[in-house]
Ligand binder design. Structure first.
Ligand SMILES: Nc1ncnc2c1ncn2[C@@H]1O[C@H](COP(=O)(O)OP(=O)(O)OP(=O)(O)O)[C@@H](O)[C@H]1O
Ligand SMILES: [Mg+2]
Length: 139
């Protein structure tokens, strides 16, 4: 589904709505994995701020650029921008994290670790249109 947002708040709101929709689904048999693709500054982290809020997480999600992985209860936020390949994600213990059905994992720059992404991941594409405008495609 394609959405156009006209402010960072609208992007946060969209993330919040997706989280709430995911929580409504029957308990999954595998971890829910979100792959966030797209431009630098496209709004991936912004989207995840709303997403975490929708999951009921109180802490603020920040860009984990220098952290690579941050855990908030059963929600994991990964920024793979600085990863070389899937082996870096393996070293972080991502395969084990993805085995637990209660976990929800969001990955920015997932193309870096293609090899270990599950086939059923939710794919989200972010496109910069203008200063405050973004196209967000959820597949
Ligand atoms: N419609 C919009 N949606 C999302 N962000 C917007 C929008 N309009 C303006 N912005 C601004 O664009 C920036 C998006 O940055 P954000 O860190 O979310 O991008 P990112 O995709 O995570 O980038 P990176 O690849 O560097 O991690 C923020 O400063 C935000 O305020
Ligand atoms: Mg980011």
């Amino acid at each position: 589904m394609k959405h156009i947002t006209k402010s960072y708040r609208q992007t946060q709101k969209l993330g919040e709505q997706l989280a709430k929709a995911i929580l409504q689904l029957p308990a999954p048999s595998r971890a829910v994995v979100l792959c966030l693709y797209g431009d630098l500054g496209g709004g991936k982290t912004t989207f995840l701020q709303g997403f975490a809020k929708g999951l009921g997480i109180k802490q603020k999600v920040l860009s984990p650029t220098f952290v690579i992985m941050k855990r908030f209860e059963n929600f994991y936020h990964i920024d793979a921008y600085r990863m070389k390949d899937y082996k870096d994600a393996k070293d972080l213990g991502l395969p084990e994290i993805m085995k637990k059905p209660e976990n929800i994992i969001a990955i920015e720059w997932p193309e870096r670790i293609k090899k270990i992404l599950p086939k059923n991941a939710i794919k989200i594409n972010f496109k910069f249109i203008s200063n405050n405008k973004r196209a967000i495609i959820i597949k």
